[in-house]
Design a protein around this ligand. Structure first.
Ligand code: AMP
Ligand code: MG
Length: 407
């Protein structure tokens, strides 16, 4: 059986980041992956402008003044933000200016209004400023043509502000990965169907679609497929032909109705993973196809399905999306509030909640049964505590690595 680390690296090696690009508007670009680096033709600030309300002056005129010997300057213009100055400031002249307004020709320094006194069309400067004080010089924060944002980043709200400033309203991003999802099992019904004895409501398809969407993928829900070979073959082949990644749940154990692996092989899939030394989620099947579609046959138990998806599918989806790096899950050192147990034979993930308390992480195990069939106590899970192979437990108060999920 493969270790979790072996399975992770096999999976990541199988993924080639998508190259297809599309253009999106700035309004819908948050969370998308930038497919080109972005630069601006404009300097930032665009032109010299005032950082304060006050007067634009020539430093030489105000160099040696103070309250007792104020410089007295003629006000030749008023420049609100957004207007082009009309006058050149000559010796012993000043312009009334407001925050963000363009500095007029001839002026090189701003005197804040608190250090002035206006008298008709004259202003008294009561305190000598520093040379160039409160002038935001053109291009001090950014010079036109330099890279502003790099290819392969996830566009954040702060990046949106930068792109707007640079007047980049159309952005080239990678297309979103298409992820086909279906559930297998004769016992499954959709959440809106009346439950008959023996049946189980399909939860996996909804949960996996949510994880896919959260990771920037497009979930394509193909529904429930009964444990009938022909129907399963049909759905698998349809899924492979239309998606970058396929996620099916169920049918990968060793039961009589577990056909997935045989079907993948019949359809030309190369099987790379048959099971992983992980708990929950041992019977994970991973296959690749000639059209570069990657297939994850995920165990049907709802907890196994979620843990497999968080641990193995999410990194693949991230790499596929074109984002540069940061594909692997994040693990935090946390103090476990309870004792955690494992049989030590497989890498074990214990679900619960990760809290940040006074700058330190704490992990609280979910109450109730830790059976992989119990999905109810997964509510609000945001951490999976990791017990490595060979480790049978962690005592309350001891440190444990916790994988963060749902961020
Ligand atoms: P399987 O992996 O097909 O052997 O299924 C293992 C267990 O998970 C069985 O108890 C199934 O009824 C349950 N199960 C399988 N698929 C789903 C699903 N889509 N939603 C909820 N439970 C499921
Ligand atoms: Mg089944």
């Amino acid at each position: 059986m493969l270790s979790v680390q072996q399975a992770e690296s096999i999976i990541l090696d199988l993924v080639q980041p998508l190259q297809d690009r599309e253009i999106v508007n700035l309004e819908t670009a948050t969370g998308r992956i930038l497919a080109t680096s972005v630069s601006s033709k404009l300097d930032f600030p665009y032109w010299d402008n005032s950082a304060m309300d006050g007067y634009a002056v020539r430093f030489a005129d105000v160099e040696n003044c103070d309250r007792d010997r104020p410089a007295i300057l003629e006000i030749v213009e008023e420049i609100p933000a957004g207007y082009k100055p009309q006058q050149t400031i000559k010796p012993r002249q000043a312009a009334r200016i407001f925050t963000g307004a363009m500095i007029p020709e001839g002026a090189d320094t701003i005197v804040i209004q608190e250090d002035t006194e206006k008298e008709g069309n004259k202003v008294k400067i009561l305190s000598s400023p520093q040379p160039q004080e409160y002038v935001r010089k053109k291009g001090t924060f950014y010079q036109a043509g330099n890279p502003m944002l790099e290819e392969g980043i996830v566009i954040t709200p702060a990046d949106i502000a930068i792109l707007a400033t640079a007047q980049c309203t159309k952005l080239t991003v990678y297309r979103r990965p298409r992820v086909a999802i279906f559930s297998t099992g004769d016992e499954l019904i959709t959440p809106d169907m009346p439950l008959q004895p023996g049946q189980i409501v399909d939860s996996n398809q909804y949960a996996l679609a949510a994880i896919v969407a959260e990771n920037g993928g497009i979930p394509i829900k193909l529904g429930i497929v009964p444990d009938k070979r022909e129907l399963l073959t049909e759905t698998v082949s349809q899924a492979i032909s239309q998606a970058d990644i396929v996620l099916s749940t169920g049918g990968v154990s060793v039961g009589e109705y577990d056909y997935v692996e045989q079907i993948l092989a019949e359809l030309g899939g190369e099987i790379h993973i048959r099971s992983v030394a992980v708990k929950p989620g041992k019977p994970l099947t991973v296959a690749s196809f000639a059209n570069s579609c990657l297939y994850f046959g995920i165990p049907g138990n709802p907890v196994s399905a979620l843990v497999s998806c968080w641990r193995f599918v999410q990194p693949a989806l991230k790499k596929l999306s074109g984002v540069l790096g940061g594909w692997k899950p994040l693990f935090f050192k946390a103090r476990s509030l309870q004792e955690l147990r494992s049989n030590g034979k497989r890498e074990t993930y214990v679900w619960g909640k990760l809290y940040l308390v006074d700058g330190c992480y704490e992990f609280e195990i979910a109450g109730g049964s830790h059976s992989s069939g119990n999905l109810i106590n997964l509510a609000q899970t945001n951490g999976l505590a990791l017990l490595p192979v060979g480790e049978t437990g962690v005592s309350a108060g001891d440190e444990v690595l916790v994988m963060r999920v749902n961020y």
